[in-house]
Design a protein around this ligand. Structure first.
Ligand code: SF4
Ligand code: SF4
Length: 319
């Protein structure tokens, strides 16, 4: 995504004259300045007649500016919470407990571990097992042995990130067990403990936290219309490339726009709707996990002598 189309509002609201200049000057802006500037730009409306759209949404998407705004805004939202939800309280408690404690107390992990009889049917049909050195049955065995060091090794490895969460294992398990539920639980534990940054795929959670997390936080949908680009989705074929390159024009023909208000994903979501959703993501623990991922990424970026944006670009492309 190129950020080369200056908005008329940038200079008016900040004295800064281009998108690149904003991205270069983030550290000099206070929390309020950065948050206010973001929404002033996002809310600039363009278009005539039936379709009003918000052209800056696509320029704000996936920028260092949006990421920095999200970090600071989410910190503010978290501080404002007077009551910590039961689930977040539980995650905080888990951070200081052993991994075996988690497996004996996290409801999904507990049921999954006790239901498995190690038959291997899940591995036999697992699509990830065809491509990687990966076996859901072996994961279940490590869990059932309850050896803390082996579990930590698993949480630091690439293994738990190979699963595509397709759910095939659950449908074939004679015990109706859910190895992918167990793997989701292990991913959570890995992030709570900060072990995920030890693997390439684990630290890519930082990119995901800002891609899917940024879409959720700002556009109320994990996928934004402009996410799937033809270069990385050649399987969608040549027609998709034509559509992608002309999607604004095509959508206008049916009375829509990717960056409009209304019932389309990628839309400019009504502020009250977004507010309600954000409260849910905070109470349910999503924002808590994003802040854990952020904290671990900052720690590792410092060790690697990288800025947080250099780190973001590294994890996005490595592996
Ligand atoms: S198919 Fe079910 S019982 Fe068999 S190893 Fe996998 S999870 Fe365990
Ligand atoms: S959900 Fe994961 S472990 Fe289960 S079959 Fe799919 S890729 Fe394999």
């Amino acid at each position: 995504m190129k950020h080369q189309s200056p908005s008329s509002g940038i200079k008016k609201t900040s004295g800064i004259s281009s998108w690149n200049e904003i991205n270069r000057n983030l550290n000099q802006l206070s929390d309020e300045e950065i948050i206010n500037l973001y929404y002033q730009l996002r809310d600039e409306c363009s278009g005539t007649g039936k379709i009003s759209h918000f052209p800056n949404i696509k320029y704000l998407y996936a920028t260092p500016f949006e990421r920095e705004k999200d970090r600071r805004e989410q910190q503010q939202w978290q501080k404002k919470q007077k009551v910590i939800s039961e689930v977040i309280d539980w995650y905080r408690k888990a951070k200081n407990k052993s991994c075996v404690w988690w497996l004996e107390n996290h409801v999904i992990a507990k049921h999954s571990a006790s239901s498995c009889m190690n038959c291997g049917a899940c591995t036999a049909l697992c699509p990830a097992a065809e491509f990687y050195d990966f076996s859901p049955r072996e994961i279940m065995t490590i869990i059932q042995e309850k050896n803390e060091d082996s579990i930590i090794g698993l949480l630091k490895s690439e293994t738990i990130w190979y699963c595509h969460q397709c759910g095939s294992c659950k449908t074939k398990c004679p015990r109706q067990n859910s190895p992918f539920g167990m793997i989701s639980s292990l991913r959570q534990l890995s992030q709570i403990k900060g072990y995920h940054i030890e693997s390439v795929r684990g630290r890519q959670q930082y990119f995901g936290r800002h891609l899917w997390g940024g879409n959720l936080w700002n556009r109320a949908c994990t996928l934004y219309f402009r996410n799937a680009i033809p270069d990385t989705h050649q399987d969608f074929g040549p027609r998709f490339e034509t559509y992608f390159n002309r999607q604004d024009e095509f959508m206008k023909q049916v009375g829509a726009h990717p960056d409009m208000e209304g019932p389309f994903s990628g839309r400019k979501v009504h502020p009250e709707t977004l507010k309600e959703l954000r409260k849910l993501w905070i109470a349910g623990g999503a924002v808590f996990f994003w802040s854990l991922i952020e904290e671990a990424a900052r720690r590792q970026a410092k060790e690697m002598n990288l800025s947080i944006d250099e780190y973001h670009n590294k994890v996005k492309t490595e592996g």
